[in-house]
Design a protein around this ligand. Sequence first.
Ligand code: ADP
Ligand code: MG
Length: 247
Amino acid sequence: MLTIKNLSKNFSKVKALDNVSFELKKGEILGIVGESGSGKSTLAKVITRIVKPDGGSILFKGEDFTKLNSAKLREYRKNVQMVFQNPNSTFSPRMNIGDFLCEGMLNFKLASKKEALKKAKEYLELVKLPTDIMERLPHQLSGGQLQRVCIARAIATKPKFIMLDEAVSSLDVSTQVEILDLLQKLKKEYNLSYIFVTHDLLTIAYICNSVIFFKDGKIEEEISDIKNLKNIKKDYSRKLLNAVIEF
Ligand code: ADP
Ligand code: MG
């Protein structure tokens, strides 16, 4: 589905991404775990083309989208959605939930305004939210509700894969579990693939099929089957795992 080759990105002297290569298979949930500052968000933003890489390639359906023209890039953006950590920074404070949900569908001309509003309600039901929140403003919802809205909005453009960057990290544990279960369900229903980026190995162990340990902008270790998580070899990965066991 997605092949990342020799991706690099520098911020002045910091090598945020240093020659990163990996593959995301169709239907896979790939976890990227690493300490704060290891380059996870940079990776997420480069893959979703919010940030341009300095070098390397990102192949999606066989095409290198680091070199795509604007029409193809639009198509890529429709197919590759992102959900961020802090729902509050994703929303405009004065845009109501209904308009927020419609935005992607209208941008990509997937529906008329009237159809989009109707679909927005269906997507709210899908993520188990009451449809009367369409008129509400972001500050009138809880963090968990806002994150469900973000997921509904991502799904609404019918993407092939969703990048989730610390998407549940700001929520309390029981809400985290509910959202992870919802993501599992949506993945099956809509044939999605996810890249799930977090500093928290526990959420990765809960939802992912495979995991990449990220350190200083590089891949430190890869586990292709989450069942083999305890066989990790590097001290760095083990430290992250031990943090979970103690928890
Ligand atoms: P993580 O998400 O794993 O915490 P980031 O990708 O946010 O890590 O950051 C990786 C490194 O790149 C850090 O050293 C960070 O300070 C640096 N960095 C990230 N974004 C920028 C930016 N826009 N300008 C300068 N440095 C940045
Ligand atoms: Mg980050």
